[in-house]
Design a binder for this molecule. Structure first.
Ligand code: UGA
Length: 439
């Protein structure tokens, strides 16, 4: 099939590369000319395991090209995928500007029947909105169908998730068009599910909101565990072994960040409010998450008293491991709070420092975790990168001015850390818990 991917962010680029890998001819377009020039040279603007290899293979095989020309992409393709950003507006609503502009551009360039597939995360009703915009903008009476096909890939795991989906949701009014799209996805496996466009759009928000709520739920239970002597890791295992609940997304920590859960939960709440429906559970998940990420600050205040002049080492800037994405990451909120209280911050992240430098000044960027720990009065482990799981605690302790270790992702063994002489705090365990609970 001849496919056009509109927007080369995480979703667009990964989708384009994977569909080219499966033998389709794919044109990825983006209005960001610099980005397209880089991609033409094989330079990928994001960190995603396995993507570079697949991209090179498809470029060499001439199945994948990049262009900044909208009309080139549209006229040379049968199926167009919309994969542009839908960021948050300041009031939490979703900003559909990019989707609407793409719809107008598609209408302007269409030269025959096209299937238009929306993969961007959009509220219920957007498939109809896009259909209306294209109908209005068309200069001929060319036919088209707009399908809703939400994306479920995770950053850092994008290629594997795309190539091996749990499910593919296709929301369509026209079953013929839906079958064309399911044929494109068929080689990937995974259950293909046909729904109305409205249900498909809702499935995306409901999935993200459920996962966010699951994380906030276990974090709330973790906070209670600290007070009553239970261990949240044992609790999560015991709860998650119930197949109706399942183990995934029961890792207590400093909460969720990223470009999806925070934005999508806010958008869902706003959307529901606008329809006279208050989503109390989702609102609570958001509130719990906002508090959870700042728990290390209270610990620092309790342990160090005055923060002025104290050096705090922060390990991890990305919102989760294996990505360089710092959008809505807990680290930034933690660092800003430390700075506000007069503390000095030394940071290290294996991949996310170039992105952090664009928004975060007046912190000391270090070359590794040990350099970041040198002379620190406390260390906060925020992102559980593999390399942070294998640090040498003895070396860290020697380097630090005061061995306060705040393990925001429960990576280290509490007993061993205490034995080594750390003032060790983690999440959801009584003896090593947070303010008021410390041994
Ligand atoms: C999420 C969804 O998992 C994808 O299915 C979806 O396609 C994507 O949003 C999106 O809407 O585009 P992503 O944001 O890439 O994917 O990352 P996740 O792996 O889901 O993690 C999100 C956050 O939850 C991270 O900050 C992670 O540290 C946190 N998390 C995750 C926990 O705190 N505990 C857990 O047990 C799991």
């Amino acid at each position: 099939m001849r496919l056009c991917i509109i927007g080369t962010g995480y979703v667009g680029l990964t989708t384009g590369v994977c569909l080219a890998h499966l033998g389709n001819h794919v044109i990825c377009i983006d209005r960001d000319a610099d980005r397209i020039e880089q991609l033409k040279k094989g330079i990928i603007p994001i960190h995603e395991d396995g993507l570079a290899e697949l991209m090179e293979e498809s470029m060499v095989g001439e199945r994948l090209e990049f262009s900044k020309s909208f009309s080139y992409g549209v006229t040379n393709s049968d199926v167009l995928f919309i994969t542009v950003g839908t960021p948050s507006l300041s009031d939490g609503d979703v900003d559909l500007t990019a989707v609407k502009e793409v719809a107008q551009d598609i209408a302007r360039c269409m030269d025959g029947y096209k299937i238009i597939v929306n993969k961007s995360t959009v509220p219920v009703g957007t498939q109809k909105l896009v259909t209306g915009i294209i109908e209005k903008g068309l200069s001929s009476d060319t036919g088209f169908d707009v399908l809703s096909n939400p994306e479920f890939l995770r950053e850092g795991n994008a290629v594997v998730d795309t190539m091996h989906p749990d499910r593919v949701v296709i929301g369509a009014d026209n079953m013929e068009a839906a079958k064309v799209l399911s044929g494109i996805y068929a080689p990937m496996g995974g259950r293909i599910m046909f729904t109305s466009p409205e249900s498909a759009e809702m499935i995306k928000y409901a999935s993200n909101a459920f996962l966010a709520a699951k994380i906030s739920f276990i974090n709330e239970i973790a906070n209670l565990c600290e007070k009553v002597g239970a261990d949240v890791s044992e609790v999560a295992l015991g709860v998650g072994l119930d197949s109706r609940i399942a183990m995934d997304f029961l890792k207590a920590g400093l909460g969720y960040g990223g470009s999806c859960f925070p934005k999508d939960t806010r958008a869902l709440v706003r959307f529901a409010d606008g329809h006279g429906c208050s989503l109390k559970l989702v609102k609570s998940a958001i509130e719990i998450n906002e508090m959870q990420r700042l728990r290390p600050i209270q610990k620092l205040k309790d342990s160090l008293g005055q923060m002025a002049g104290k050096i705090i080492c922060v390990l991890g800037l990305s919102f989760k491991p294996n990505t360089d994405d710092i959008r809505e990451t807990p680290s930034l909120d933690i660092i800003r709070e430390i700075k506000k209280l007069g503390g000095r911050v030394k940071v290290y992240d294996p991949k996310a420092m170039p992105n952090a430098r664009k928004v975060l000044e007046e912190v000391e960027y270090c070359t590794d975790a040990y350099q970041a720990a040198r002379d620190a009065h406390a260390l906060i482990l925020v992102t559980e990168w593999e390399q942070f799981k294998k640090l040498d605690p003895v070396k860290l302790k020697k380097l630090m001015k005061r061995p306060i270790f705040i393990d925001g992702r429960n990576v280290y063994d509490a007993d061993s850390m205490i034995e080594l002489g750390f003032e060790y705090y983690c999440i959801g365990k009584k003896d090593y818990g947070w303010p008021g609970n410390a041994k």
